[in-house]
Write a protein that binds this ligand. Sequence first.
Ligand code: ATP
Ligand code: MG
Length: 400
Amino acid sequence: MTGYPATALRVLATWRRVAMLNDLAVSRRPPRGLVGDLVVKGDPLRPVAPRLSFPRATRMGLTVIVRLHAGQTPATYMKAADALTHAWKVHAVRVTSPERGIVLLTATASDPLARPGLATAPAALLSALIGALESGGAWVMDLRTVPHWLIAGATRSGKSTLLARLITQLAPQPVALVGIDCKGGMELGLFSSRLSALTTCRREAVAVLAALVVDMQGRMAACRSAGARSIWELPDLLRPVPVVVIVDELAELYLSDGTREGKAEADQCSTLLLRLAQLGAALGMHLVVAGQRVGSDLGPGVTALRAQLGGRICHRVNDPGTAEMTIGDLNKDAVAVAQSITAQEQGVAVCTGPDGGWGRARSHLTPTEEAVTTAMKYAAMTPELPAIDRALAALEGDGK
Ligand SMILES: Nc1ncnc2c1ncn2[C@@H]1O[C@H](COP(=O)(O)OP(=O)(O)OP(=O)(O)O)[C@@H](O)[C@H]1O
Ligand SMILES: [Mg+2]
């Protein structure tokens, strides 16, 4: 691409032809006409290309707005996106529909996520700079705005890397981090010195979640007696520390191994997680849950939990069902975009924004060494959660 002016001219000059070739143009007249007294039949006469706005320059390329013909849907344009990419000689064209009857075509000059720079963002409490948005802005996860998150993706798509980035960002903040990593603790174990608790098996997870739910009820009572609607309304001295519970691989908690105890544990996990999600937001308890699949094959509880996890991040997925379940209820177009993420694009995801919008983004890769040194550096900031320690100690006592 040779810069904005040339591309803008190319967009305008090729529009009619491109629209005709891709069935975007519609003939307003019937394929029959009157010439004098004669009725003539034939191909639709002079199809009219939809109206195009003047291309607007953006940091990454340009955007144009197209007014749809009556009866047209954005899907037609999504199908034509590849053709537009070639005609305009750009890296990619994305189709979104900000309002009925209008599509917004966003052309990018190069892939902004191929080597994302790290934009800066203000460091607010419970907010983390995860990486870069395709639009060129900062990808921020703000738990104060969106309290709970679901992160989906096939194996090696970038889920744990994203969690590592999140923890690295939260580590310097006055926040308790609780890790539930039942895949042996290999991912979250890197951060053990900064975690207030780390569980590596489901039995421990149940104990920790139960202790958190009890703690949550204490917080609720504190708010009630102080006449506060959330812990943020409490005076500084009374405010309990926010807790972020991070789960790497949800299926490990939900899948039953067939035994009666296994089933009971899975049910307990499901109930406790749902409880935390339903009531935790106002009480400073946050859930960030990653999983390869988030379907009801994990049990009935997973659908209810999913409904409570307002923030959604979808990496590359193997089955369309997972993309649909992660971001389908937010936006259909987003599902198609998530499905087009390739195996090479590790860390690339479709994520929801705070304003209900969505976009493509890429997380910042946190090397193992950086994860470990960050956790050590802020180890002294790790809040004690005595209730959890007691629960885990009791479990150990039982096991002996
Ligand atoms: N944002 C990123 N930028 C660059 N490379 C990445 C990024 N995210 C992930 N990767 C690469 O992809 C690899 C796999 O990522 P990760 O371990 O996070 O996948 P996962 O989704 O947790 O997989 P699994 O389900 O198997 O645990 C990483 O080791 C890293 O090399
Ligand atoms: Mg992983």
